[in-house]
Design a protein around this ligand. Structure first.
Ligand code: URP
Ligand code: ZN
Ligand code: ZN
Ligand code: ZN
Length: 483
């Protein structure tokens, strides 16, 4: 059984051209004009793009006393509905738990995935067992390690642990990820706000100002530089953090920044809504920011100082959010976005002229595949690549509504927004999963995708670090030690 996609324009990160795409099994086997297959998908008026990769999701994650409500079943179904064909989720060991043990737990959950997936491994504590098991994790094709500089008393690691782990990641040829917020300052600010009677969701934003993100980003960049490891900063929400990344990149450091679709399109005004539920549903870390910060993020995508757009999909129901009535620090942190990331970025990015279609592909797919070590199997429209494709209709419109979404939660942070630009078809490894909004994906179709360590950036960085490493000076005469 072969499938041919005809009459469309292939749009990749660096090129747009007229061609048909032929798929056999789960691979792209030909790209040319005039191809024939057993089944034909019409792409008239559409662009044939690599399926989206969301490099940052939390599906069925134990967090803040509960579990995020979308699991690998509903989460990956939502992904496909919005044109995303792969997610990279976070395997999160609880403090004291081994990495391989946590991986086993994530393997047990991910068997229900509708699309392909990988994991980042979180380093939530430090010890000999963690050090040792990191090697086995890399051998399994999990080459990125996440560190939380916030969530004090739970997931946070200190600078000494950060440095030890970063060095280990560098030696193993992986990349270090950070959630960059100064957890000590956030904890102090939160306690003070509560004591002063600031208990509502708006205090969540007050407790995590841009400065705490900027400081932690600068610190992570310094530690990564000392450790000789490439660094990826997740959910960059503000100019303070973006500025640190931009400067580091200009200095030749290997640092990437990941803004979220939520921070690009929603602002801090959401927290001042007089409806408690409305505000609490939007509580996430870092919080939404003002328009100047949003403009900075868009400029970063345009100029290349920010590299990928993610969702950090970590969805909680209204009932779960209400754990924090009377104490904002107990509102589970996180928002959804998997189904909406690509239509929202197209609408607010491409339709406004802020991004080209090729830049859209780079930010939603190709750059993640390259940075995380799975290009060109993923993130590409090339012969031999996986047939993870989205046939994108730039004229199709819908209004976002929780009534029609795939996610398991009872609301949507983008509720009521009209988007223009939607998948006509989404294919996951050669299987047609979505046709004009109708879902026909298969639970369990998704496969784990191992990723490569020691990519070209790792090799270049370690070569440079070796060349410039401290060396003792060879001296001809050593003076006798005087008294
Ligand atoms: O608020 C957020 N972002 N929740 C998910 C966990 C994390 O920090 O990424
Ligand atoms: Zn985070
Ligand atoms: Zn509302
Ligand atoms: Zn996250």
């Amino acid at each position: 059984m072969s499938i041919v996609i005809k009459n469309g324009t292939v749009v990749t990160a660096d090129l747009s051209y007229k061609a048909d795409v032929l798929i056999e099994g789960d691979k792209i086997v030909a790209i040319a004009e005039g191809l024939v297959g057993d089944e034909t998908l019409d792409a008239t008026g559409c662009m044939i793009m690599p399926g989206g990769i969301d490099p940052h999701t939390h599906l069925e994650m134990p967090f803040m006393g509960t579990y995020s409500a979308d699991d690998f079943e509903s989460g990956t179904r939502a992904a496909l509905a919005g044109g995303t064909t792969m997610v990279v989720d976070f395997a999160l060991p609880s403090p004291g738990q081994g990495l391989l043990d946590a991986l086993q737990m994530w393997d047990n959950k991910s068997g229900r995935a509708h699309c392909d997936y990988s994991y980042h491994m979180a380093i939530t504590w430090w010890g000999e067992q963690v050090f040792d098991e990191m090697e086995a994790v890399v051998k399994r094709g999990i080459t990125s390690f996440k560190h939380f500089m916030a969530y004090k008393g739970a997931l946070m690691v200190n600078d000494d642990e950060l440095f030890s782990s970063f060095r280990r990641v560098g030696d193993l040829g992986g990349i270090a990820l950070v959630h960059a917020e100064n957890g000590d300052v956030v904890a102090e600010l939160s306690a003070r706000l509560l004591a002063e009677g600031n208990t509502g969701p708006e205090a969540h934003a007050y407790s995590r100002p841009p400065q705490v993100e900027g400081e932690a980003t600068n610190r992570a960049i310094m530690v990564a530089d000392m450790a000789g490891v490439p660094l990826y900063v997740v959910h960059v929400s503000c100019e303070d953090s973006h500025e640190a990344i931009r400067r580091a990149r200009q200095q030749g450091k290997r640092v990437w920044g990941e803004p979220l679709i939520q921070h690009l399109t929603l602002d801090e005004g959401e927290y001042f809504n007089t409806d408690w539920d409305h505000a609490a549903r939007r509580v996430m870390s870092p919080p939404f920011r003002n328009k100047q910060h949003q403009d900075s993020l868009w400029a970063g995508l345009q100029s290349g100082s920010l590299s990928v757009v993610a969702t950090d999909h970590c969805a909680f129901t209204t009932e779960q959010k209400r754990y924090g009535v009377g104490d904002f620090t107990k509102i589970p942190n996180g928002t959804g976005g998997l189904e909406d990331r690509m239509p929202m970025l197209w609408t607010h990015g491409v339709n406004t002229g802020r991004l080209t279609p090729n830049e859209f592909v780079a930010a939603t797919s190709t750059n993640s595949a390259k940075i995380l070590g799975m290009y060109p199997r993923k993130g590409a429209v090339l012969v031999g690549s996986d047939a993870d494709l989205v046939v994108w209709d730039p004229e199709a419109e819908k209004t976002i509504s929780s009534q029609s979404q795939q996610s398991a939660i009872d609301y949507n942070v983008f509720e009521g927004q009209t988007v223009k630009g939607l998948p006509r078809y989404t294919l996951t490894r050669g299987v047609i999963a979505v046709t004009e909004g109708k879902i026909a994906s298969q639970e369990g179709h998704g496969q784990f995708i191992p990723r490569n360590a020691r990519g070209t950036v790792n090799r270049a960085l370690s070569q440079w670090k070796d060349l410039t490493a401290p060396r003792p000076v060879t001296r001809s005469g050593i003076p006798a030690s005087g008294v």
